[in-house]
Design a binder for this molecule. Structure first.
Ligand code: HEC
Length: 140
């Protein structure tokens, strides 16, 4: 090998090493890229938004007090047949702020019957989710 050939092959090897290194680091960038992660989060949020009313009801612990089939327990009344009392909007407002409806006659009876239990406020939930819960309850 001449000197020139030695230099050529040295450069060639160096080039190859740099090329491979570049590929390897690029691959890692794709995996850990913030854009990629936010995309994953977005799709996770999307599936959360797609939950139906009853799943949301179970997820938020309503059945602990109102029963597996919303038939009522000794802690809280049944929450079926609600379309007799509530419009969709009013029901959503109630879930966000239950104490604002305590004046109603029905609620005075609840107060006596479920003395130590208070219906929690769900104002922290997404209004869309509350809408789905209300829609579901109004069909029961
Ligand atoms: C800690 C127990 C508890 C949990 C959890 C709970 N509730 Fe209640 N809920 C009550 C009680 C007690 C009442 C009776 C009213 C009162 O005392 O304020 C009530 C009343 C209601 C009413 C009014 C019933 C009527 O006759 O109009 C609705 C609607 C309702 N709850 C829906 C829900 C939903 C939906 C969830 C979950 C997102 C939920 N509740 C979670 C205890 C609970």
């Amino acid at each position: 090998m001449t000197n020139a050939q030695k230099w050529m092959s040295a450069f060639l090897v160096l080039f190859l090493v740099l090329f491979i290194l570049n590929r390897v680091t690029k691959k890692e960038e794709v995996i850990h890229h913030p854009m990629n992660e936010s995309y994953n989060n977005q799709s996770a949020e999307k599936t959360e938004q797609d939950l139906d009313g009853f799943t949301l009801i179970k997820q938020n612990g309503c059945i602990t007090c109102h029963g597996q089939n919303l038939e009522g327990t000794n802690m809280a009344p049944a929450i079926t047949g609600l379309d007799e009392f509530w419009s969709r909007d009013k029901l959503i407002n109630y879930l966000r702020n239950p104490s604002s409806y305590s004046g109603d006659k029905r609620f005075k009876e609840y107060r006596l019957k479920y003395k130590n239990i208070v219906m929690p406020s769900y104002g922290n939930l997404d209004v869309k989710d509350l809408g789905k819960i209300a829609d579901y309850l109004l069909t029961k």
